[in-house]
Design a protein around this ligand. Sequence first.
Ligand code: CA
Ligand code: CA
Ligand code: CA
Length: 268
Amino acid sequence: MQLIQFPRTFAALSRAGLALVMLAIALLGSVRPASAAFVSATAVGSGVQFHGQNGLPLTWNIYMSVSPIQFSGGKPLFPVGASIKSAFSSGAQTTFDPFIGGLFPNTTMNYIVDAGGTFLTGSVKTKQRSMTVTFNQFTISNDSDSSGAGELMYHFRVAGVYHPELDFRKDVSSPTTFGVSKSVVGLLNGLPSVPLAVEVQDDDCTFSTCFRPADFTSGSDADNDWATAKTTISSVADQSNFISKTVTFSVNGAVGFTVSALVQVTYF
Ligand SMILES: [Ca+2]
Ligand SMILES: [Ca+2]
Ligand SMILES: [Ca+2]
């Protein structure tokens, strides 16, 4: 009888042991999400799309920098003085999906995610950027000549570079709106925000033609009136890989005008 009973007791003990192990696994399972926050970082457009997820609500703080990550007492941080972009959740939440845009293209960014006190680190390289800028419309509001049309010359600077091949002459009496098509094609990478400048100058020489060299300033003298309109193409909101937008900017100086440009951007 004992020979039969013993295996029965052993089987009961085994079942009890198995139940304990399963309970332990179940407990582990319920605890695990709190300490296993998941974070992904994907380059898109002008920045990085983060996706944070956790079984229980957490507060999320995300920091990005080109600076290297340092460690202080096991805690990751960026060096003092580092240029840091950041995103913070407004409270405790199970997911956090910020887009941090307006970053330098083609640049490796390091990130630190503080997920409720658990730190995750990594790096992601931003997309390359190709940009085409097409100046497409002028409105001359002040041709600077009280009688007749201004003798107007137009100059263009994109990303800090003067493009003399786009210069053109068109004499108009204000107010006049006209279309043009002057493009700078396939600008690769560069600054997150791209500056534009357009100068329009009027020739006031009586017996000759005398335009100034383009210098993208504004002013007036005996021979010329001139003015420069400036703007900056921001990439902060470029959250997809194909962007098309129009920028319009003005100046009201010795010459007054408004110019528009179509900006087409591909991130790849
Ligand atoms: Ca004039
Ligand atoms: Ca006039
Ligand atoms: Ca003139």
